[in-house]
Design a protein around this ligand. Structure first.
Ligand SMILES: *Cc1c(COP(=O)(O)O)cnc(C)c1O
Length: 230
């Protein structure tokens, strides 16, 4: 299947999921996760009109970013070591994987030095799996309170990774819980900025995530492939 065909197929499925759940297609954004593919393939993705590029490792993302001259809007989606924050700030406008205070402070420092703003998602470990990064749902409010006065890191929403399961329906409670948590945090109001965004859903479960309120889906395998083909 060509990239164009893949994009059309994904688009049809996104539209159907929006329709089923009474959502507006414009409220769902696609991050094309290019971690498996080359800079050339990433360029093709941009040429097809997908602007948002997701990468999970600074070591491979930075050379790709350089090869593309920074075209596109870059999203860092993987676990980020604090000593790599300097490679991310200035290149990536979004960080989906903010999972600890020390990282928030490091991003703040680096972004302030460049006079830039990083839009971040607080990663929440809804499923409670030991292998997953993120704060526990009950820790989210304290995290937001402690980061509310950062001026160069703006937390715009929540992100989660669902367990990898064969049946995407099994991920639904995880996505639903993230949406409910966002709504609960917003209802407390005033202490932190509004959380408008939900980054949830990957190739295997994005339709369920959209039905549960995702505003960003992160699509690698299904959308851009795994690299053996273009
Ligand atoms: C790799 C990755 C994705 C995309 O996964 P696919 O199943 O290939 O769509 C999404 N989010 C994160 C955090 C990832 O690391």
């Amino acid at each position: 299947m060509s990239l164009k065909e893949r994009i059309e197929l994904v688009e049809d499925r996104i539209q159907a999921a929006c329709k089923r759940s009474g959502r507006n297609r414009d409220d769902v954004n696609i991050v094309a996760v290019t971690k498996y593919v080359s800079a050339d393939m990433t360029r093709s993705v941009l040429e097809e009109g997908i602007l948002h590029i997701g990468e999970n490792r600074p070591q491979t993302a930075v050379p790709k970013w350089e090869a593309l001259g920074g075209q596109g809007i870059w999203h860092f989606i993987g676990h980020l070591q604090s000593n790599k924050a300097k490679d991310v700030v200035g290149r990536f406008q979004y960080v989906h994987s903010l999972d600890r205070l020390s990282l928030a402070k490091e991003l703040e420092k680096r972004a302030a030095a460049l006079d830039q703003t990083v839009s971040a998602f607080l990663q929440v470990n809804v499923s409670g799996e030991a292998s997953k990064q993120g704060v526990a749902p009950e820790e989210a409010a304290a995290f937001l309170r402690e980061t509310a006065d950062l001026t160069h890191v703006k937390i715009i929403g929540l992100m989660t990774m669902a367990p990898i399961v064969d049946d995407p329906e099994l991920a639904r409670p995880v996505f639903r819980r993230l949406r409910e948590l966002r709504d609960e945090l917003n209802a407390r109001g005033g202490l932190w900025g509004p959380l408008t965004e939900l980054s949830m859903g990957m190739s295997g479960d994005f339709e369920v995530a959209i039905e549960e309120g995702a505003t960003w889906v992160r699509l690698g395998t299904l959308l851009v492939g795994k690299g053996e083909e273009t």
